[in-house]
Design a protein around this ligand. Structure first.
Ligand code: TQI
Ligand code: ZN
Ligand code: ZN
Length: 369
């Protein structure tokens, strides 16, 4: 009698409790089997619109309009998606260009298309008519020092949440079920270090998961917070704004611990430290930035590591927490963007960006419109 009641209840409880996964880790890039490397020519579809501008008609432009609507550039109430390059599309293109710091031509020029076909973060850039990226806003102009004037493109969450003043010593813990190796924990510790170097914040690992300020765990699929993971690529990780402190990673990604990507071609390998530095930015209260070099920029080049804070990230985090008294802003790795650009050094760029586009989202747009 009792048992017939208990068994179903137990089953329900078990299925509700989020299940942390044993994540896939690869010590380095060459240890990933080729069968796990997807071919990513699917983005080529939009490239045929090169040079398109207002007034023309081109087969498939309606799908591009759907893409812009998905990311907030075209009003949701608008659903007459013809293949005409009309003023709605032009204004969407122009706003997109502004958000991503491209020349605001309103035309589908090569740099713009290159951006559109890049995998990207699945969330909209514009929500309720307000850009979440604060780009091109002249009020964000700051003076980095007496000779360099640059535009700040960092952003915060609505209402600017931050960890409370007087609580600069934050603790973090790993989901115990994940049983992470020292090598993996070391990656997170280095990622935290990058933010503590430039702020008064300190981050200490603790074994008490329930009492930690920041809680890190690897999960697969639906894990109980309404933001399910989606397997290889797509969403890699997410982190909640202060004071939530939850930092979840998709256990199905091919996480690389020692991200030495030298000479390798685009693939599904994701550098764990790069993602950790970005998500910690969110945990501390930073939103996305439209500065391409910034850690908080919403795409990441595949086959590369991006772990150093850019000047824009430093300005953003210091606006929330102030500077580290021991931090001396002349660190050569933190040269302001304007200066770095003038060096003329060739920049590695790869038209394929890793992992971030909700492949599913865009795919369903392409297939079902
Ligand atoms: N995850 C998204 C991200 O961290 C989730 C997200 C979208 C988000 N908008 C947000 C989180 C706003 C907080 C606030 O951006 S992701 C990158 C990128 C992702 C993306 O898996 O798409 C990195 C994870 F875009 F920067 F490359 C890590 Cl580094
Ligand atoms: Zn989650
Ligand atoms: Zn992000």
């Amino acid at each position: 009698m009792k048992l017939t009641f208990l068994v179903p209840v137990l089953l329900i409880v078990i299925s509700i409790v989020p299940s942390p996964t044993s994540a896939h880790f690869f010590p380095n890039i060459s240890s990933i089997p080729p069968s796990l490397i997807p071919n990513a020519t699917i983005w080529d579809a939009f490239n045929k619109f090169a040079g398109c501008q207002k007034g023309v008609k081109a087969d498939g432009l309606s799908k591009l309009k759907k893409y812009f609507q998905l990311f907030g550039y075209i009003n949701n109430s608008y659903d007459n998606f013809s293949d005409d390059f009309d003023e709605y599309l032009e204004s969407a293109v122009r706003n997109y260009q502004l958000n991503f710091n491209l020349n605001a031509t309103g035309e589908l020029d090569a740099p713009t298309l290159k951006h559109i076909v890049m995998p990207r973060c699945g969330n909209a850039d514009i929500v309720n008519g307000t850009s979440t990226m604060r780009s091109g806003n002249p009020s964000n102009t700051y003076s980095a020092n007496s000779t360099i004037h640059a535009v700040a493109h960092y952003s915060f969450f609505p209402d600017r949440p931050r960890w409370p003043r007087g609580r600069n010593q934050l603790t973090y813990a790993f989901q115990p079920e994940n049983q992470l190796s020292d090598a993996v924990r070391g990656v997170f510790s280095r990622a935290f270090e990058r933010w503590s170097e430039v702020t008064p914040l300190t981050f200490t690992e603790t074994t008490s998961f329930s009492r930690a300020d920041l809680r890190i765990g690897f999960f697969s699929g639906d894990h109980g917070d309404g933001e399910p993971f989606d397997g290889v690529l797509g969403t890699l990780a997410h982190a909640f704004a202060p004071p939530v402190g939850r930092f979840h990673l998709d256990g199905e990604e091919n996480w690389v611990i020692d991200g030495d990507f030298m000479g390798s071609s685009p693939m599904s390998a994701i550098d764990l430290e790069s993602v950790a530095v970005h998500e910690i930015g969110h945990l501390l209260g930073l939103g996305h930035s439209s500065v391409e070099d910034a850690i908080m920029y919403p795409t990441i080049s595949s086959g590369t590591r991006k772990v150093e804070l850019a000047n824009d990230d430093v300005m953003g985090i210091q606006e929330l927490y102030g500077s580290n008294p021991n931090y001396n802003g002349s660190d050569p790795t933190l040269t302001p963007r304007g200066e770095r650009d003038m060096s003329g050094a060739p920049r590695f760029d790869c038209s394929l960006r890793c992992g971030v586009l909700l492949a599913v989202g865009l795919f369903s747009v392409l297939l079902f419109v």
